[in-house]
Write a protein that binds this ligand. Sequence first.
Ligand code: NDP
Length: 247
Amino acid sequence: MLQGKTAWITGASSGIGEATARRLAKEGVNLVLTARREEKLVALAAELEAKYGVAVALEVADVSDRPVMEVVGEKIAERGGVDILINNAGTMPISPILSGRVDEWEQMIDVNIKGVLYAINAVYSGMAERKSGHIVNISSIAARQTYQSAGVYAGTKHAVRAISDTLRKEAIRFGVRVTDIQPGAVATELPDSINHPKIRDAVKANMYAEGSEILQPDDIANAIYYALTQPAYIDVSELHIRPVIQE
Ligand code: NDP
């Protein structure tokens, strides 16, 4: 069903993005992979090309760098555009508001909100012209509820959910579908982006408590695959997936 299509995955160097790259390559989807860690992208691209015979282009790009994202968009347009955008890159340096880590608040806003918008802007007009496309934004369970010390992160994810829903209403007129994926706890490198030592330790202890079974990146890749493979008259507007142990 997806064979021969092309997908751009942001944040493809680890976690959910990497798992989604594997899942889509297995279905014969050609890929554009972006992230900042070039060596991870190079290794993944080589693996997927060899294993599945798909074409993989990669660009080292910080999603919060607007000019860089504009260049990525131009390169994608020159190659004929993409059918799918998996808007996944994100960061979570959470802390109590009182700790006043303003640089980290700005970083979350720049990566999680502006980065998502820059990627949408890079491909949406091309999709609208071709009257075909699917934009999948990865927000979070934190798009629906809030947690102590995660106020700014939850704010960014609430924003992604709101942007997704607004975009869906607009884009469907141009044949472009929009899905917002809202995962609960997934075993990835994301907690490593927390710089506040106490909060990082508490989050890791909570996520990886003995006997607790949290989601794996493949679980989210499967959810994305589900959304992408529904018949054209169906828009899976939101998918909210959590481990059974998570409230
Ligand atoms: P990872 O830390 O494993 O992956 C994050 C990805 O984003 C990496 O590939 C990283 O690549 C990329 N990234 C981070 N900052 C930037 C940047 N400035 N520019 C470009 N790429 C960047 O975590 P996950 O896989 O868990 O995270 C993926 C998404 O899922 C995020 O949006 C996250 O908020 C969301 N999510 C995760 C949950 C979880 O429990 N893990 C739960 C709910 C949502 P690089 O460092 O190479 O640039």
